[in-house]
Design a protein around this ligand. Structure first.
Ligand SMILES: *[C@@H]1O[C@H](CO)[C@@H](O)[C@H](O)[C@H]1NC(C)=O
Ligand SMILES: *[C@@H]1O[C@H](CO)[C@@H](O)[C@H](O)[C@H]1NC(C)=O
Ligand SMILES: *[C@@H]1O[C@H](CO)[C@@H](O)[C@H](O)[C@H]1NC(C)=O
Ligand SMILES: *[C@@H]1O[C@H](CO)[C@@H](O)[C@H](O)[C@H]1NC(C)=O
Length: 266
């Protein structure tokens, strides 16, 4: 094994050990199980976009999906009330804002040109630059003013009650009785049915949770049964015949590798 490979391997190992030690399992939505990964009939049948036949689980074609389930498959889009294969925001003749929104792919409607287009990455500056002087959103995500300084919002309690920030930070934050309340850990996630907690206000990683004896706790696949595995993991795990195992680690490994490559400068 080459020297740099050994380093990458070591970093991977350490970071895996760390996340196991802390007992947290983070997921991103693109890591949910695909129909083709589900082996157990009940898991397949419980998934509205999967078809179980001849002992196999397969993704139902967009054109055969009922309209109400179209949104569950991120490769499909609703066009003129029919479910079709999604190509791009601009290719479905969406000439109204409503039609553009209904494609359900974060498409952006240009009012002047009446064109539905792909969302454009836009340089919003940093929170501390506060380009729009409203201290709401920047490249980091949501911002909040604290002691007169605009900074990245990291805790919901920093946002004023009834503020736009508190509303926009769903599901990391909730409008409580008098303050904006954080739900950044499983122990704070009762209100979401104890399924997931958002890792940070700005970001796209979620913590999986489950109900334990002492309330809502971090998800533990070893506690799951054949019947509970897929459902109770918000479809990130499936029953592989023996245990409850994770469907996709891809995006996590990728981000760890990316960090490793940065550190090593290669
Ligand atoms: C499910 O699969 C069977 C066998 O391949 C096929 O005949 C049927 O049309 C499929 N149903 C849907 C809704 O895709
Ligand atoms: C939308 O569907 C309706 C009914 O199926 C049809 O009459 C109409 O021509 C369609 N519109 C477009 C823009 O495809
Ligand atoms: C969009 O409209 C053009 C011109 O009316 C038509 O030729 C094309 O087939 C339409 N495309 C779709 C996906 O409906
Ligand atoms: C799965 O979730 C249901 C509903 O929240 C709960 O009643 C059940 O105890 C959970 N099963 C396991 C093994 O965590």
């Amino acid at each position: 094994m080459g020297k740099s490979h050994l380093k990458i391997y070591t970093i991977l190992l350490i970071s895996n050990l760390c996340s196991i030690a802390i007992g947290q399992i983070f997921v991103k939505f693109q890591d949910q199980c695909a129909c083709e990964q589900l082996l157990y009939e009940n898991e397949c049948k419980a998934n509205p976009i999967c078809n179980y036949s001849n002992d196999r689980c397969q993704t139902i074609e967009c054109s055969l999906l009922p309209v109400k389930n179209c949104g569950y498959n991120k490769n499909c889009a609703l066009v003129n009330n029919t479910c079709v294969d999604f190509k791009s925001c601009g290719s479905h003749n969406a000439t109204t804002e409503e039609a553009c929104d209904k494609l359900n792919h974060n498409c952006y409607f240009d009012d002047d040109d009446r064109i539905c287009g792909n969302p454009q990455p836009f340089d919003l500056g940093t929170c501390s630059q506060d380009l729009f002087s409203i201290c709401l959103i920047a490249n980091e995500g949501l911002c909040v003013r604290k002691n007169g300084v605009c900074k990245e919002m990291t805790v919901c309690e920093e946002a004023a009650y009834n503020s736009l920030q508190c509303l926009a930070a769903f599901p990391a934050c909730e409008m409580g009785d008098e303050i904006c309340v954080s739900h950044l850990k499983c122990s704070q996630s009762e209100w979401l049915g104890c399924a997931i907690a958002k890792e940070k206000i700005n970001g796209d990683r979620y913590q999986l949770c489950m109900r334990g004896i002492s309330g809502c706790v971090n998800f533990d696949p070893s506690q799951q049964t054949k019947e509970s595995c897929w459902k109770n993991s918000s479809s990130f795990y499936h029953w592989d015949g023996q245990e409850c195992s994770r469907c996709n680690w891809a995006s996590i490994i990728k981000s760890v590798l990316f960090v490793a490559l940065l550190i090593l400068g290669i």
